[in-house]
Design a protein around this ligand. Structure first.
Ligand SMILES: [Fe+2]
Ligand SMILES: [Fe+2]
Length: 372
């Protein structure tokens, strides 16, 4: 496998002297993360200094305080280069580490643990660590990331509480992203966003950024660009109600699972339809980004001129974004390979629009850059 096509999984270090716990961590985390397991915190920290990890899980059971304090000293010294912490303790056992002693994101969990709780905690720590690093980036890069991730959390909360999505707030959070694309800040944004661990947010931000770039390539301006970026950010909100075992499945979906995954489009349309302030453009992007011009797409099998231009653009960007993304089950495809696949979809996607999108990445284009 060439380095270009290697799957790079986030690294998680586990420190546990308990063989049963080791087995549980291994079975639960190995499909999604690169695991390094140690019996001792000192060895783990040495490994982490050689090859940084995103998360360290310190299984306190059977350990003495001295090691926990050692972890705090090391992790605070490494700060943003160091891992976030997950500390585990026995049933009803109080933790010796306090959150306010730590300068890194942390989660505290008590045994008995189930897989979902552990996976959620690891994802949360990786996400918080990325957000921590974003706060230190130049404002034109950090602000679009920080605002949109907060907005995406707000959208998740609204859906969970049965409230309508505030699309005006979503558009406001995308303003700095549109500005950043205009000044070339999108390269750094596309790179930094990949470090987050909420894949639906990462994908949506990539689609928002790439759609805005696409709009620039077509000569669009002002509110049209804001519609594209907002539509990109909210196009997959239906995935926030898709079961996680399907959404984050580390492998191909079965025939029974595909319809549930595809249903996210209908759910997005329903959720956005409850908002009084959603724009027509954003609704089209959410509702039609899986339609194909030969009628082979979903959910409605729209054909030819039934597909709005915004939809044709978002189909291209959605596929390109998914192909060039790293997932636990697939490496990121190089741009050239992704464009090759899109060009082979002759009857399915608008090849004239694809040429405009591709030109953005050609050497010499003022928007071009290798990092996408
Ligand atoms: Fe989608
Ligand atoms: Fe999507």
């Amino acid at each position: 496998m060439s380095s270009e096509t290697q799957i790079v999984l986030p690294k998680v270090i586990v420190v546990t002297p308990n063989p049963q716990h080791q087995e549980f961590f291994d079975v639960t985390l190995s499909p999604y993360f690169l695991l390094s397991v140690f019996r001792d915190v000192d060895q783990a920290m040495e490994d982490c200094e050689r090859d940084p990890a995103q998360v360290m899980i310190v299984d306190q059971n059977g350990r003495r305080d001295r090691n926990n304090h050692l972890f705090i000293e090391h992790s605070n010294r490494l700060r943003e280069k160091g891992p976030g912490l997950i500390a585990t303790a026995g049933h009803n056992v109080a933790f010796d580490i306090r959150k306010d002693e730590l300068e890194v994101p942390a989660q505290f969990l008590n045994w008995p643990l189930v897989a979902k709780t552990l996976l959620d905690a690891v994802s949360r720590v990786i996400g918080e660590k990325a957000e921590f690093v974003w706060r230190g980036l130049p404002e034109e890069v950090g602000k679009p990331l920080t605002l949109t991730v907060e907005e995406y959390q707000g959208i998740s909360d609204a859906i969970a509480n049965g409230e309508p999505i505030d699309c005006t707030a979503a558009a406001a959070s995308c303003g700095p992203l549109v500005d950043a694309v205009g000044t070339g800040g999108h390269h750094a944004i596309l790179k930094a966003v990949q470090n987050h661990h909420n894949y639906t947010y990462v994908h949506s931000m990539r689609v928002a950024t790439l759609l805005t770039l696409f709009g620039h390539g077509l000569g669009m301006k002002g509110d049209d660009l804001l519609t594209l970026s907002t539509g990109g950010l909210i196009h997959d909100v239906g995935k926030l109600v898709t079961p996680e075992q399907i959404l984050d499945k580390p492998g191909k979906l079965t025939e029974d699972e595909w319809p549930i995954m595809r249903d996210h489009v209908t759910r997005s349309t329903e959720l956005l339809g409850q908002s009084t302030d959603v724009t027509k453009g954003a609704l089209i992007i959410a509702g039609q980004h899986h339609e194909k011009i030969d009628g082979s797409g979903y959910p409605h099998g729209l054909k030819g001129s039934e597909l709005n231009e915004l939809a044709r653009m978002s189909v291209i960007v959605d596929i390109f974004g998914a192909l060039t993304d790293a997932r636990s089950y697939k490496p990121p495809f190089p741009q050239e390979k992704a464009f090759g696949i899109l060009e082979s979809m002759q009857t399915q996607i608008d090849q004239n629009l694809l040429k405009v999108f591709r030109a953005i990445f050609e050497p010499g284009s003022e928007l071009a850059h290798s990092t996408v």
